[in-house]
Ligand binder design. Structure first.
Ligand code: CUA
Length: 353
């Protein structure tokens, strides 16, 4: 069953407005990094349509659970205090009462009704999120999970990148959600950017789908959320949401072929004469490996090693010299390059902007 994209329900907004202050103060140690709101990896600060739907349903569930807790704990506290042992009680049993149709009926029917409300509200949120149909100008992206990095393809745009998913923001005048096809090259991973959507697993030999629709430009931090081996915790993910014009600029830059630079010919030769090219691709060259990230626009990325270190010249050199030192178990080996070769290769890689 499919239906059109829809915004969060009025019921949801009422709940959000009523319970945000309550839940935030009462239950949740929400990190408040006010200056960089988009770096908060919390489901309680949603900035995307599916995340908003999940947020609203979680507030409803939390509110109902809190009410149940208050009723049960209140009755328990009342009973403990009201019927506590008093002087002169010694040895006397309290009155023994067996069976009460009214009470038994109440504690059967009320929970059934509560569960029924939760089922209906949850089913509606799932239907809203999973049944959404992509609009004509939606961005289509294929995300492939690897141990331990993210391969990212834009089939319509002819772009391949890694660990950073660039999307346009959705504006109320023009909605541009991004629909993701999720696959895995090895084991099960899970795509999770808490501010943008719920988790969805990437399963070998299976295709899962999800969508995001950021409403504010910025960098959203995510992580693999399914244990996938030694470096699972260092399989970070960034979603960079651009204003529409900035997104077009990014697309145009990524579609450019690499620029030949005679100055770095030595590094080029080292790169293309070693097994680098068995694992990495650089567009329009004979490097077409598929095991590691595409390097065509390597230097346009913020990090190396799927978020492990910032992408600076110094870090790039350290990474190429010995990836195992930085990310033990990563599938990229130490290539045993000499210092000169290292300098040359890094100079070449720096031209891949
Ligand atoms: Cu990939 Cu955990």
């Amino acid at each position: 069953m499919k239906h059109r994209l829809r915004v969060p329900t009025r019921l949801g907004r009422v709940f959000a407005n009523t319970f945000i202050p309550y839940c935030t103060v009462t239950f949740l140690p929400v990190p408040v990094f006010a200056a960089t709101p988009n770096r908060v990896t919390s489901i309680f600060e949603p900035l995307s349509t599916p995340a908003q739907a999940i947020y609203e349903i979680s507030l409803l569930v939390l509110a109902i659970c809190a009410a149940i807790f208050l009723v049960v704990a209140g009755m328990l506290a009342y009973t403990i205090i009201r019927f506590r042992r008093r002087p002169g009680d010694e040895g006397r049993e309290p009155p023994q009462v067996y069976g009460s149709n009214q009470i038994e009926l109440a504690w059967t029917v009320v929970p059934i009704l509560i569960v029924f409300v939760l089922i209906l509200a949850t089913a509606r949120a799932i239907y809203d999120v999973q049944g959404a149909i992509p609009p004509a100008d939606a961005i289509n992206v294929t995300v492939v999970g690897h141990q331990w990095w993210w391969e990212i393809h834009y089939p319509k745009l002819g772009i391949v990148t890694a660990n950073e998913l660039h999307v346009p923001v959705s504006e109320s005048s023009k909605r541009r959600p991004s629909f993701l096809r999720l696959e895995s090259a090895d084991v099960a991973h899970s795509f999770w950017v808490p501010q943008l959507a719920g988790k969805t697993d990437l399963i070998p030999n299976r295709e899962n789908r999800m969508w995001i629709e950021p409403t504010q430009p910025g960098t959203y931090i995510g992580n693999c959320a399914e244990y996938c081996g030694l470096q699972h915790a260092r399989m970070l993910l960034r979603v960079i949401a651009h204003a529409p014009a900035d997104f077009e600029t990014w697309v145009a830059a990524q579609q450019m072929p690499p620029v030949e630079d005679a100055q770095t010919q030595a590094g080029h030769n080292v790169f293309f004469s070693t097994s680098c090219i068995n694992c990495h691709a650089i567009r329009e060259t004979k490097a077409n490996g598929k095991f590691g990230p595409d390097l065509t626009h390597l230097m346009s990325r913020q990090t190396l090693g799927a978020g492990v270190i910032a992408n600076t010249e110094e870090n790039l050199r350290a990474w190429v010299r010995d990836p195992q030192h930085i990310k033990p178990g990563a599938l990229m080996p130490n290539m045993q390059l000499t210092n000169d070769e290292l300098d040359q290769v890094v100079a070449y890689l720096l031209t891949l902007k």
